[in-house]
Write a protein that binds this ligand. Structure first.
Ligand code: ARG
Length: 459
């Protein structure tokens, strides 16, 4: 018999029973449901809404149920629809009428809003810690590769000199923003909805602040309709997760490119790559590809949630039960991706020589050659033209800027002098870029220490 069966004359259809239930996916909130109920029962007792001994009995029995669930001794049932009613049912089975008093001044609508907030507050922290781990790994690898000259790209064409350290630190900055986004999201999530009841609050003299304090919330929700209808916190979290995946996916794409024969800038550790069932020579970057692929799945959760909420009238609607599968899948996917991505990154080998050779080949010091002429007094546009012609000359002659002779240089401008070789040396080009944010070793070191401080402050 259903807890709500009072006004019904016949049983629910079997297929509807299964269709309606969410216990398959909301069972993972059992701890939050029990802790929420304990706080609620204590409050009911303190306020004299139920007797103190009853409250104590409920709290003690809920504690036993929690222990039994953790010990694998409890089986939930589809017939009890969701985690809230499953636990209430077990409680009532154990202590009879006293158990039936727990749901005074409460509805599943505010109960589920509470449980989900409590659950996701922890998940935000779990994801944040995983992002911070990856950031530490980035800082370490960047430190080891401050001098690893690498061609920087635009349009996937070699553009200007950078270093692997500088490149990794770009991802460090993205992840810093991801972390602060999660922290911000957590602040808004940290409001306690219990007491909104079904939608219109209650006439019982409840103490919402007591419950909020017991459960570690910073605040209570301010409007009971909003308290039970709001899923912004779920969507905002899904959006933070999507942004993390977008960053991981871009990084994955570069790892995939960089470990190709064509680039050969890195080699993945055997433990983080896979072979082919037919081509014996293959070593595939499956981990990075899966991370890139799973990004679509996390975006899908975000889109699903936004679409599910669109057009819902206030207050609770059953559509909202769909929020849990989407956000739980997104959280688990991102956690799993970060857990494999970080060690894959940590264990990969950086092939500094290949990076350097590529950097030599792509005229990435052409801007520096133009700047050289500017420093000798030419207007930038004229300098740009001269160097453009030099590059064409090099392509025809199969040379690079630093292997041209002085005579070659002088055919295009008399301004070139011996010091051009030093000016166009890639090391000079990188380390001259000391501008804040630039790839010079000392500047990237500064970026790394900021990142380390950021991580340290959050330990
Ligand atoms: N399982 C439901 C959910 O996840 C709990 C709330 C049910 N409330 C209701 N009035 N049917 O949304």
């Amino acid at each position: 018999m259903k807890l709500w069966s009072g006004r019904f004359q016949k049983d629910i259809d079997g297929l509807v029973n299964d269709f309606n239930s969410s216990i398959q996916f909301d069972a993972r909130m059992y701890r939050e449901d029990i802790e929420g109920s304990m706080a609620h029962a204590m409050m009911l007792g303190k306020q004299g809404i139920i007797m103190q001994e009853e409250a104590d009995k409920i709290v003690a029995t809920l504690g036993e149920i929690l222990a039994d669930i953790e010990a694998g001794k409890v089986e939930f049932s589809l017939d009890n629809e969701d985690i809230h009613m499953n636990i209430e049912r077990i409680l009532t089975e154990r202590i009879g009428d006293t158990g039936k008093r727990l749901h005074t001044a409460r509805s599943r609508n505010d109960q589920v809003a509470l449980d989900l907030r409590m659950n996701l507050k922890k998940e935000v922290v779990r994801i944040k810690d995983l992002v911070l781990k990856l950031m530490s790994a980035l800082g370490k690898k960047a430190e080891e590769n401050l001098d690893a000259i690498l061609p920087g790209y635009t349009h996937l064409q070699r553009a200007q000199p950078s270093t692997a350290g500088h490149h990794f630190m770009a991802y460090g900055e993205m992840l810093k923003r991801d972390v602060t986004r999660l922290e911000d999201c957590l602040k808004r999530m940290d409001t306690m909805p219990l007491g909104s009841c079904a939608l219109a609050g209650t006439t019982y003299p409840i103490d919402r602040y007591f419950v909020a304090e017991k459960l570690g919330f910073a605040n209570i929700t301010n409007n009971s309709l909003d308290g039970v209808s709001d899923r912004d916190f779920v969507i905002e979290f899904a959006s933070c997760l999507s942004m993390i995946m977008m960053h991981l996916s871009r990084f994955s794409e570069e790892i995939i490119l960089w470990c190709s024969w064509e680039f050969s800038y890195i080699e993945l550790d055997d433990a983080y790559s896979t072979g082919s069932s037919i081509m014996p020579q293959k070593k595939n970057p499956d981990v990075a590809e899966l991370v890139r692929g799973k990004t679509g799945r996390v975006y899908g959760s975000l889109m699903g949630l936004l679409t599910m909420m669109k057009g819902l009238p206030l207050a609770y609607n059953k559509d909202m039960q769909e929020d849990k599968e989407a956000i739980f899948d997104a959280v688990d996917t991102v956690a799993q991706c970060l857990e494999v991505f970080t060690p894959m990154f940590e264990t990969m080998t950086i092939k500094k020589d290949n990076m350097k050779n590529a950097a030599k080949g792509g005229f990435i010091n052409a801007t520096d050659a133009a700047d050289y002429l500017v420093k000798k007094g030419l207007p930038f546009r004229d300098a740009y033209m001269i160097v453009g012609k030099l590059v064409t000359y090099c392509i025809v002659e199969k040379k690079t800027l630093d292997t041209l002779t002085m005579d070659d240089y002088h055919t295009l401008s008399p301004v070139f002098e011996e010091d051009v070789y030093e000016a166009l040396d890639l090391k000079t080009c990188v380390n001259g870029r000391k501008v804040p944010g630039g790839p010079a070793e000392e500047e990237v070191s500064r970026q790394i220490s900021e990142l380390k401080k950021f991580v340290e402050e959050r330990k």
